[in-house]
Design a binder for this molecule. Sequence first.
Ligand code: ZN
Length: 174
Amino acid sequence: MTVRKILTEPDPILRQKSQPVDKVDDLTRKLMDDMLETMYLAPGIGLAAIQIGVPKRIIVLDISKDPEKKEPMYFVNPVIVSTSKNNITYEEGCLSVPGQFAEIDRPDRCHVKYLDYNGNYKEFKSEGLLATCIQHEIDHLEGILFIDYLSNLKKSMIIKKLSKQKKELERIVV
Ligand code: ZN
């Protein structure tokens, strides 16, 4: 498994729409293994392939709190079939929006269909934190970040801050 670099906002690649995976083969599984490794190290509880610069419709998640008991979940070509009318609010962050958090409302349940690690068709009904994570990650596949749900003012402040941090990080004196 290889740890990959996580892209951060502002990066135009994060705004790309990801393409469906034709076949879940060994290369797809290798990519999912790398994504999981990268996510655990970050650390985070979800990652979409586009966050490591691969525009494919793949997400990985692990919301188990116990590092001894890993419960990885893999979703290839996930599609939301339905969501509840009731919303739930979580303070969300994102590995591609480092150090920034905001309260976001999303439906508290979502029913998703997808292909699993072995390419088998699956359906899954999630609620609470897991439902929020799935929706957050599926947004990535459309080029959407959680900051897009904030007011323009708040969003532009965050992007400005991140751009400044990036410039400082890249500045080197040799
Ligand atoms: Zn994210």
